[in-house]
Structures are given as C-alpha cells and as structure tokens.
Design a protein around this ligand. Sequence first.
Ligand code: NAD
Length: 422
Amino acid sequence: MATITAHNELNVYESAEARFEVAAKELGLEEGLYRFLKYPNKEIAVYLPIVMDDGGMQVFVGYRVQHSSVRGPCKGGIRYSPGVTLDEVRALASWMTWKCAVVDIPFGGAKGGIICDPEKLSRSELERITRRYTAELSEWLGPEKDVPAPDLGTDEQVMAWVMDTFSMHSRHTVTGVVTGKPLDIGGSRGRREATGRGLLFVCNKAIERLGRKPSGCRVIVQGFGNVGSVAAQLMHETGYRIIGVSDIHGGLYNENGIDLPKLIDWVHGQQKRLPDFPGGEKVSSQEILFRPCDVLVPAAVENQITSENAHRLDCRILCEGANGPTTAYADPILRDKDIFVIPDILANAGGVTVSYFEWIQDRQGMFWREREVNHRLQDIMDHSFDEVVHVREERHVNTRTAAYMLAIRRVASALRVRGIYA
Ligand code: NAD
C-alpha cells in the first residue's frame, strides 16, 4: 500500500494531494497524466472594490480555481468565510473533480471563495460583493464552462444574485449558470435536502453491509447547518437514534436519543443556541466526536479528525458529510481501528448530484417532481457506493482510496481518449 506524504497535516491542499498520490500510485497512473491531474487548470484571483453601507470603500479578495474540465463543465461551490485561502480553494476544487467522477456525472471540478465574514456584512453589502465577483468572473462562468453552487456562508439568495448578474452581462436569462437557486428562478425540488439525503442513502448501504438495520443504530452528527441538520432529521425519520449533535456553539448528548424535530425548531425556527436545548448533556463541539456511537457524521468543517485524536473515535462507521473533515495522517489510524469510512467525495456527493439534475432541468426547461429527484438521487448514490466497495474488495484498499481510484480512473480514461491539445 502506498504511503501518505504531507508536510503540514492541517493544510487541506496537502491532504488532498496525499490522497490523490496514494490512489494514483495504486492505479499505476502514467507519469504525464499524474502531473496533469495533480495540478489545477486555472486559478483566478480577483480584487473586489466594494462601497460599504457607511460610504467607505473596502477591497475583498476572491478566488475561483478550475481544477478540471476533462469530463464536462467545471462544477463547484462558492464559499464566503474569513478563513478562505487559495490552498483551501485549490483542495476543494480538486475534490469536486473526484466527487463528480465518483458518482459519474459529466462535470469537472472547481471551487470559489471570497475572504469575508458574511455574519458581519449587511444584505446589500453581500449583494454588491456577489455581483462584482460574478462580473469579474463572467468570462469564465457559464452553463457550458463553469457552474457555481452554494457552500459555507452562501445560500439560495447569493445564487440568485450570481444568476441575475451573469444574465445581465449575457443580455438574456441564463438559469443554468448556477445551481442551488430558489425554485422560482430554475432551482430544483429536493436540492436543499440533497446532501443530507445522499448521506442517508450511503449510510443505509453501509449499515446493511454490516448486517445491521437503521432502527436503534446510534448516530452522532457534528455540524447542524444544511448538511448536518437535514441528515440528522432524515436519519431520525428512518429510525436511527440521534444521540449527539453539535454546532459552532457547542454540543448536546443524550444516549436515549435527542428529540430532533424539537431541536430543529429550537435552532432553526426559534434561532436559539443548540447547547441550551433542554434534553441532553452539554458537551463541547469537538468532544462529541469521541462519544461511543455506531455512525459518526462530521458535517461541519475541515480537519476535525487528525493523527492527534483519531485513536479516540469510538464508532463503527465514519460518514463524512463535510469536505475534508479527516486529515490524511488520520487515515491509517482509522484503518487500524477497522472503522468503515464513507469518504467525503462519496458521502456528500448528493448535493452535486442534484445540482446536476438542476442543470439538466434548466437546460431542458422542464422541471421534475421531488419524488423523481429523490428516486434518481438514490439510484446514483446506491450504485456509486456499490462501485466503490467493489474496487475496495478487488484491490484490497480502504474505501477512501477505492473512491479516489474509481474517480481518477474515469478522469484519466477521458483524458487519454481526448488527448492533449498541443
Ligand atoms: P452550513 O454553513 O449550513 O453549516 C455549518 C455548520 O457547522 C453550522 O451548524 C456551524 O455552526 C457548524 N460549525 C462550524 N464550525 C464548527 C465547529 N468547529 N464545530 C462544530 N460545528 C461547527 O454549511 P453546510 O452547507 O452544512 O456545509 C457543511 C460542510 O459540508 C462543509 O464542509 C461543506 O463544504 C460541506 N458540503 C456542503 C454541501 C451542501 O450542499 N451544502 C455539499 C457538499 C459538502
């Protein structure tokens, strides 16, 4: 088995590269293709002058990294966060390439980000930032070129501004330039819940593989935003027992099960702090990861499970809702502990899969019922899970390496047949 090489464990780009290298070596990828796929296609930095509400001007820095368009238009979210770095955006862009290839949808990978704190910006400031960012990038975006979507700190409204700005520059309405839009302007039914729903489907497959049933399986979820809260709710409805949850403010643990519908109303309806919910013991956001459970779902941010703490995990299945919650150096520890890992590029691919459905519906001008969206999503997630497990068993590698191998093999095969333009 190839070994991991990353100098700085917490640098997500190095973590992404390390996983790519392990899988590329297992595949015996040719040197030339290895070099081509290791680096992004294009990196764009933009400096956005914005007039703030108080009349002053600030300059925000934004990025868009297009990792690959070998299998189709680039696809990937836009992140608004004070912690955005070019390395982070690069890592996320390459993960998008592998994610789209694992679930076999015809997209390449990209990612964007702006260094800003959306919590501290007014709605009109956010709108001006979004419109200027889109205008600066307009020549590189488009339904056939690069199609953004929401990520941390961005939502349906931000996507609506991207769509409107791009359309104004194109002189006609272009709904397919962005996904994760509101339903009124070409969004897809089921998109908001898609990542959590996809996660439920692959968890069900993993549980079945271990000869268990969802009912009674104990689940802990870190992160209670779009991915975490939807996954927790759908798992609760399926019969899983949600015994722990956490968000940025802290965690909550109750081995008898947390009343999920009430907690969702508490946090998202009444806008109260998660750890103050009556009905559980208060635990820190990170400590929740180490409580005993059957399924652990990190669905918050990167680098939560590292070589320092992986030995403390007490779960049977690790289902990665977030992108990059586990560092490359933690992988061998998880293998030694015999934890079945459903890696991020598979576990959270439900979001981009329904984004793909949204793009198809926009281009067709014909919209599907939610039942049809969910049915097609399940078909893709179940099938992709089986394919990854097949590679794992055939090649005697862990599930993460198997997922990368499947993805790299697909992109490399498209590249070989297309050839390199001189
Ligand atoms: P979100 O902003 O809706 O929610 C993030 C949640 O994480 C919030 O509850 C926040 O309080 C919590 N959080 C932040 N820092 C934390 C910490 N240190 N400890 C515990 N909780 C913390 O974001 P989201 O859309 O749910 O995305 C979560 C993760 O899933 C990200 O890694 C994102 O890239 C990934 N992802 C999202 C989608 C999607 O469709 N939204 C798709 C694929 C992957």
